[in-house]
Write a protein that binds this ligand. Structure first.
Ligand SMILES: [Zn+2]
Length: 499
């Protein structure tokens, strides 16, 4: 169990103890915003690059000038549809945009275009493994599209606090995934978000990075006495920017509500913010929300069955199917296959190694225990490191053909990160080539045997342990470049220990 897990287990334990005493269970639903990685905004041709210098990606449509006519982006529709299909949702033949009316400085036109009444899709689900190792299906109620609002920035000008508005994000294409209240524990919400991220990334519709703000999750949490089925007043928690924060915030909120009910307080419907530094949720001023009225300018979206099937045919192999294939095709364990297939980049890298003739087990082992940790240490991505699948495969081939040993392979790997020399050139230049030459090894072994009479005597009297020691001594004498398999063979012959 990793450090993070034990910390998590502690929180769960505290929660479980409290909940058990009070006999409450939690009812949790999620609302997840994912920003579609389209080239343009949803209703104009401005670049969809919210992080650019403030207010340069704007036009009369996304500055929301009166009279500007929105033009709905076909790319946003396609990416949103692929996302829905990836989550097993049913695309609706008819969907439409409404004006979600509210006033806030980040929304000067006074309404946000969103699909309030006729969403793009209904249904869908994600299967997770719960804390008890049981498979659990968490259902999705619907998925709708909407435009993002502008971004407020609060700064100081001298001693004067000021607020600035950046319209680069205004009109960015979003989808909102609204789940059923099927979750009973923080762990389930975290597993759901991880699986959602994997599935959405695999269709390429969104980066789904909570850290970079391209995925945001709100949680609706209520509690009820265990064994009852009513839905009580819920509290919404916003502003969580990592999957761990979602779990922490839900756990905190369950404890807080349980204590409040126990103390005879009434839970009232409101919104709270997660404060990661203090590890608490705090009440937030609600913004005024008005009615949702059909928008007259954006045409309704009609999807034909042909179009839906065309989208479906564009779905890539989904992670669960890929994991199954990795088990049957490459003989991996279920756990290994699940790990490799949950990240498309990792899965593609693995299969690129296989195509270069590397054995699946070797590829799996070196990718997960050496390359991925090294890439992470260097804060790189598998897709942009100098260690391409071709170069890594050459290294692994030298290893499996006994040209270098495992220690040397690890050292060559370090060099591969820093230079574009070929692995062969690195091996030759740094003298990593394994010593397999029998005459050289023979004389090395003779010297070691002469220097270690006690170990030799041990082996002759049947104590096998000394063999490992002698192999180590010969390895050391060779500067770590000897081939351990050949040393073993030679030692066996010299000491008469061949069975
Ligand atoms: Zn624009």
């Amino acid at each position: 169990m990793t450090h993070g897990c034990s910390r998590w287990a502690n929180i769960l334990l505290i929660y479980a103890r409290k909940a058990n005493n009070l006999e409450f269970e939690a009812v949790i639903g999620l609302e997840i915003h994912a920003e579609l990685n389209c080239a343009t905004k949803m209703f104009c041709d401005c670049p969809n690059r919210p992080g650019d210098e403030p207010n340069i990606n704007t036009c009369p449509i996304c500055l929301w000038f009166p009279g500007a006519i929105p033009r709905f982006s076909q790319e946003a529709l396609e990416k949103a549809s692929l996302l829905c299909l990836a989550l097993g949702a049913e695309l609706q033949p008819l969907s439409a945009f409404d004006q979600k009316v509210y006033y806030y400085p980040d929304l000067p036109k006074g309404y946000q275009l969103s699909q309030a009444h006729l969403p793009l899709s209904r249904g869908g689900a994600i299967d997770i493994t719960d804390e008890n190792g049981k498979s659990k299906r968490l259902r999705i109620h619907h998925i709708h599209m909407e435009e993002d609002v502008a971004k407020l920035m609060h700064e100081m000008e001298g001693r004067l606090p000021i607020s600035l508005v950046d319209f680069n994000r205004a009109g960015s294409p979003l989808v909102e995934i609204v789940t059923e209240p099927d979750f009973r524990a923080p762990y389930e919400a975290m597993e759901f978000l991880k699986a959602l991220r994997t599935q959405v990334r695999s269709v390429g519709s969104s980066d789904c990075s909570m850290e970079n703000g391209t995925m945001r999750a709100d949680a609706n949490i209520s509690i009820r006495p265990q064994g009852t089925t009513q839905l009580n007043t819920k509290v919404e928690v916003k502003n969580m920017n990592s999957i761990r924060h979602v779990g922490d915030a839900i756990a905190y909120e369950i404890s807080r509500q349980s204590a409040a009910v126990q103390a005879g307080e009434e839970i009232i419907l409101h919104t709270r913010l997660w404060e990661p530094d203090k590890k608490v949720t705090l009440p937030m001023r609600a913004k005024f929300e008005g009615p949702c009225i059909p928008d007259p300018a954006v045409p309704v979206i009609e999807l034909s069955q042909d179009w839906i099937e065309k989208m479906r045919s564009r779905l890539p192999e989904m992670p669960a199917a890929k994991a199954e294939r990795f088990v049957t095709q490459y003989g991996l364990t279920g756990e290994e296959a699940l790990y490799l297939s949950s990240d498309k980049e990792v899965a593609d890298y693995f299969e690129a190694l296989i195509r270069q003739g590397i054995a699946p087990r070797t590829a799996m082992h070196w990718l997960t225990t050496q390359l991925i940790p090294a890439v992470k240490d260097r804060r790189q991505e598998l897709s942009n490191t100098l260690v391409t699948p071709n170069r890594f495969a050459v290294l692994l081939k030298m290893l499996s053909q006994d040209e270098i040993n495992a220690n040397a392979a690890r050292e060559v790997l370090v060099h591969l990160f820093n230079s574009d020399e070929t692995p062969e050139a690195i091996v030759i230049a740094r003298g990593f080539r394994q010593v397999s030459d029998l005459t050289t090894l023979d004389s090395l072994i003779d010297k070691v045997l002469e220097a270690q009479p006690a170990a030799v005597a041990d082996i002759r009297s049947g104590q096998d342990k000394a063999m490992g020691f002698l192999i180590g001594q010969v390895m050391q004498a060779s500067g770590g470049k000897a081939n351990p398999k050949i040393i073993r063979g030679l030692l066996d012959k010299k000491l008469g220990t061949v069975t």
